[in-house]
Design a protein around this ligand. Sequence first.
Ligand code: ZN
Length: 254
Amino acid sequence: MKLIILGCGSSLGSPWITNHWGNCDTKNKYNRRTRCSVFIQKGNLSVLIDTSPDIKEQFLKNNIKDLDNVLFTHEHSDQTSGIFELKPFSWKYKKKINIYANSRTLKILKNKYDFCFFGGRGYYPILKANKIKKSFKLSKGRNNILFKTFEVDHGPITSTAYLFNKTAYISDCSGINDKVLHNLKNLNYLIIDCLKFNSHFGHFNIYDTLNIIDILKPKKAILTNLHTDLDYNFLKENLPSNIMPAYDGMRIKI
Ligand SMILES: [Zn+2]
């Protein structure tokens, strides 16, 4: 099974639309970050987590031509606003694409992107909404992936953390309760929110993230949702070798 980090930037990416790079070295290609999403592939089974505003370029860049399922972490625009780009997959397979999220996120997506779910005015619906369970399996032919889901704090809302094949994806997080932490022990990979140096109400800062890594002790931790504060080389040079900053296009075998 392989996983591609399609994007690892915070909500505005790096650089921002204003060409603001913050602390990031403009010459390092690993500092050019699109918005957070990951692609998981097991044989012919493919799963995308979140449809970022950069999703089309992310797919083209990584030569991804097929997509079976989409999981959402939460409703924020940096995770969802590329949702209508799924249309060509619905045309390609002549069916609705299955999306999965918690009930709050589904409700908001159906309201905001009603044309994707209900069609109308001459357009066909392209998405089928499925509520996530605590544990569910996605399959295609002989390939299947078991997902476990946990709600974590993300400022005033929650965000869904996905656990699959000893890998956890927690892209937007400001707190994890003890019960959830207990379920995240013995990971091979922890892909986790690490926004910036300063505190933020909706995200872990670098010290919060390092604290969680110290508690969970995954074999490897990959930092994502990186703001322009955090330069790739700075992180690489100053973190222990089992903690890596993500970069767009990073591929891991899980
Ligand atoms: Zn968010």
